[in-house]
Structures are given as structure tokens and as C-alpha cells.
Design a protein. Sequence first.
Length: 332
Amino acid sequence: MGMRIIGWGTALPEKIVTNADLEKTLDTSDEWIVERSGIHQRHIGDSTAEIAVAAGRNALALAGIAPASIDLMILATTTPDQSIPATSAHVHHELGLGGGAFDVNAACSGFVYSLVMANGLLGSGAKRILVIGAETLSNVTDWSDRKTAILFGDGGGALVLESVPDEGQLLSWDLGLDGSAREILRADHGGFIQMDGREVFKRAVRVLVDSATRALEQAKVRPDQIKLLVPHQANIRIIRAACDRLGIGHERVALVLHRTGNTSSASIPLALVDAIDHDRLEPNDLVLLTGFGAGMTWGSALIRWQDGPSPMPGAGASVDRRTDLDEREDDD
């Protein structure tokens, strides 16, 4: 048994904070922020549960299935609304899902971790699983710290997965963790994100390349065969450095960070859905999802794209609370 993606959706809070807005309170400039990160704006607001519910509802509507037919929901988040209970309990209730639900905290790698876990559960008896990545990083960001305030935003993305009696879309995967690096990116209870940017950059490029390479080698796929790379949307310089080392052209990368900032576990599904919405994928295209995060975690998943559902009126990108991504700009 394998998995097939049958629905997808995203959600972004309505409030937008631009680089010009940050110039009013920080010793920074739009030029400085864009040069160092590639980010022009970020969305802020709502709770993690509200964002996850909106993204999940959009994905379910596009798939055209009843919420009660879901056997399990996995919520990837590093910003839960409460310590107890898991935020997935709130989301599960609001969506009216069947089965169980739980949170996964692997930081920015969380969505890939959850996708790989869901594939295994579909192979052992589950029929349908909803995977959501949702974050409210604005709640753990020190807005007086120009090193971190420029980077983070809120948002969510979701996929509906269904079991199929064959290999399915997930061809290979790689997950990993180096706990010795846990101090370079962290947020203590009640505190804000603390980051050693130089060390994160150095390690991030290396683990992205190594993890992606392992996933490609497992499937006996060459980098030039990848139609679309969907990386964690942390920093444009990290992404481009990783692409150069992998031998994947910048034009084959899904990018939304200039409009969303770093949304942790939500960033990969946000970028993937944006690519789908802009018709960048065709059946049998190879898609490589890869990310890294605090811990330090990393994860890659190689997917063979298949035709998804035909969008129903009102069921796709504009359902509920989602704020549509702006028209895709040039990568530069």
C-alpha cells in the first residue's frame, strides 16, 4: 500500500507586515532584509488552531470528501496554542474529523516528518489521513530584535492523503536529527526565538544537501530528473546555495518566502500548493520536498506527482479564512 494526494489547501492570516512596516520600529531597511533573506512581507495573526482548521477545511473541500471519513489527522507545529491538550484536539473537533489526531514537533522539518509517518500508517491499514502544518511564529518572535523579527510569519498548509494498492506517490525519504545543535535555534517556555544565524546557515545548507542526496540515491534518481524542488522557506541564500550544490537550477524551485516569510512547518505545503495552483506540475513529475529545523532536524521526501482532484466551485484556494498568495513574482 502507498499514498496518493487527493486534496490540498492553505491558510494565511489577513494581516500583512511589510518590510516598510518594520523600518518604522527597527534599525533596518527593505533593501537590507531582501538582500539577506529574500523576504518582502509576512502574514501575522490568528491562532495555530484557527489557521490549521482553515487549511484543513480547504484541503477537504478540494478532495470532495466528508471530514468523518478521515481516519487520522497529524498536525505539524512548533507553536501549539496550549501546553495541554494538543492543538490537534481543537482542530479535530472544529473540522468534525473521524479517527484520532496528534501533534508532531520537528520544527521546520515537521511537515516532512508527518508526511512520511502518514505514508507508513496508510500502508498498515489507515484509509485517509489529513496532514497539516500550521504555525504562529509571531507569538515567539521578539519584534525588537532585527535579526529574527524580519524572518518569521504565520500560516498553514494541508494535504489529504488516501491509501492506494500500489507504491503510491512517495518514492523515498530521509529523516534525521543532530541534537548537539539544539542550542543554535531555540525558544524556551515563555521566551522568544534565539538564533545563531551564522551557524544555522552553515549547518542548514549541509544537511539539506546531504538529506536530499540520500533521498535521491534511495530512489535511483538524478538531480537533473527533479522537476520541482520544494524546500523549507527559511532564507533565499540557503535555498540557492543548496540548489547549487545539488545541481538543481533555481528556476526549478518553488518559492513563496518573499510573501510569507519563514513559516516553519507550514512553509513546504504553502510552497507546494502555490506551485500546484500555478500549474507547475504534470503527471509523473518528480517533486523533492526537503527541509531543516531546530533540533537540528532535517527531512526529505521524493514524490511522483499524479493528477489531483478537479477543483469544485468554491472549494479550492479561496475557501474560508485563507488569504490568497499574491500573483507569483519572479524569483529574484
